[in-house]
Design a protein around this ligand. Structure first.
Ligand code: G3I
Length: 386
């Protein structure tokens, strides 16, 4: 099926999965010696991180901040924009795209031979769509107008970046963890429902980026309280398969949360259910991607040495589980340095101690979590790349 910007009302009728999967050509960059990517590459794995746009020299997790850029080029084999490819960043108005920031980011990545994932083509929650989209007047033929808006958005982004982006989070966080149902947005209401909207997003992406890995990305995790969320995600993935929707992989965000200092006991308690979930996902034929790994240091003392040790042990245990799946070969961190992590702003600790979720501290010094990631990569079974 060929979906173009001009494809009209018939788009939803008779959608069939486009034949063929996503071939994954890998950009090969000699990994910097001594960094995480050097270990990852020896196993056919890519280690990566999110990065941001910034004014030259600004104190941000940006390519234009030499201190942060040094971590990216030392440890990473793949990058992802933290915010700059989202609708909220790209779409100031219904008729305008603003690509300036992401263009600068991808140009820098390319100059450093670092491939970039696309995050994301549709964040399916009203809260994270631009205000104008939630208040949009879809007119007299709302379904047609909503389809057109989605086609325009995804096609414009995919065509602009072409084969420079080899993997997209096509849909982000569509499942409501409170009741395992799909969220609705103004767009999905106009378009005839959430299922139709998500399916269409993947079909458009396949047509516009036939080379790319297409990912459904969500934060269902292994900690207690996620059973309902996992069930909703499994149901969604089963539906995609049944309807022939072109989805290649599950993005497991991995904003993991420590459960206390006795990490070994906690991991032992979590791993059974988690493996059952991952087994169900992979047995449907989906690949896995760790898209946003970081650690919320909950139920841990403020003491830095004890906290860091527990965060490291928890990270190691988690990665060992995940890397035991041969379907996983990309591991991306949601930030290299504690200095720029979203967690501090969104979920500060109640004891006011600064969060320590990333492999490097606020002064760009490697923490025990860095060594834990290195050890997990070292212990991983080598992947066979096609
Ligand atoms: O850029 C604007 C700035 O112009 C404005 O003055 C300021 C005022 O609030 O906001 C700035 O935008 C913020 C943006 O981050 C860039 O810093 C947004 O308010 C803020 O909501 C946004 O937060 C991001 C969040 O997603 C929502 O988009 C976080 O940085 C980012 O880490 C977080 O990432 C998400 C993934 O995309 C999906 N999975 C969960 C993950 C963590 O929440």
């Amino acid at each position: 099926m060929h979906i173009t910007r001009r494809t009209g009302l018939t788009m939803l009728a008779g959608l069939a999965a486009t034949a063929g999967g996503a071939g994954r050509a890998h950009m090969h960059r000699p990994a910097a010696p001594g960094g995480l990517q050097a270990i990852a590459a020896s196993k056919g794995i890519r280690l990566g991180a999110c990065f941001a746009w910034g004014m030259p020299g600004a104190d941000r997790g940006s390519f234009a901040n030499p201190a942060y850029a040094a971590l990216l080029t030392r440890d990473c084999g793949i990058l992802v924009p933290e915010n700059e490819l989202k609708w909220q960043a790209l779409r100031p108005t219904p008729t305008r795209f603003d690509f300036a920031r992401f263009d600068a980011m991808i140009a820098w990545a390319q100059a450093n031979a670092l491939p970039v994932r696309g995050h994301n083509l549709l964040w399916h929650q009203p809260k994270w769509m631009p205000r104008w989209a939630e208040n949009h007047d879809f007119g007299a033929t709302p379904r047609r107008a909503a389809e057109q808006l989605l086609v325009d958005h995804i096609t414009t982004v995919c065509e602009r970046y072409g084969t420079r982006i080899q993997s997209y989070d096509v849909v982000n966080e569509a499942v409501n963890p409170a009741d395992a149902t799909l969220y609705q947005t103004a767009l999905s209401r106009a378009l005839g429902g959430s299922t139709a909207t998500l399916d269409l997003a993947f079909h458009i992406a396949r047509a516009a980026a036939p080379h790319a890995q297409l990912v459904y990305n969500d934060y269902m995790s292994w900690e207690p309280g996620n059973a309902q969320h996992r069930a909703g995600v499994l149901r969604l993935l089963e539906g995609f398969k049944a309807r022939g929707v072109p989805v290649d992989a599950l993005g497991v965000q991995s904003h993991i949360i420590t459960q206390g200092v006795d990490t070994r006991v906690h991991i032992a308690a979590l791993e059974g259910e988690w493996r059952r979930f991952l087994d169900a996902v992979t047995s449907m034929g989906y690949a896995l991607v760790i898209t946003e790994l970081d650690v919320r240091d909950a139920a841990l003392p403020a003491d830095i040495a004890r906290r860091d040790a527990a965060v490291a042990a928890y990270t190691r245990g988690y990665l060992d589980q995940m890397l035991s799946y041969p379907q996983l070969d990309d591991v991306l961190l949601w930030g290299m340095s504690d200095r720029y992590s979203w967690i501090e702003g969104f979920e500060p600790r109640t004891d006011k101690a600064r969060r320590r979720p990333c492999p490097y501290d606020r002064a760009f010094k490697a923490k025990p979590m860095y060594a834990a990631i290195a050890a997990a990569l070292t212990a991983a079974t080598p992947r066979i790349r096609g």
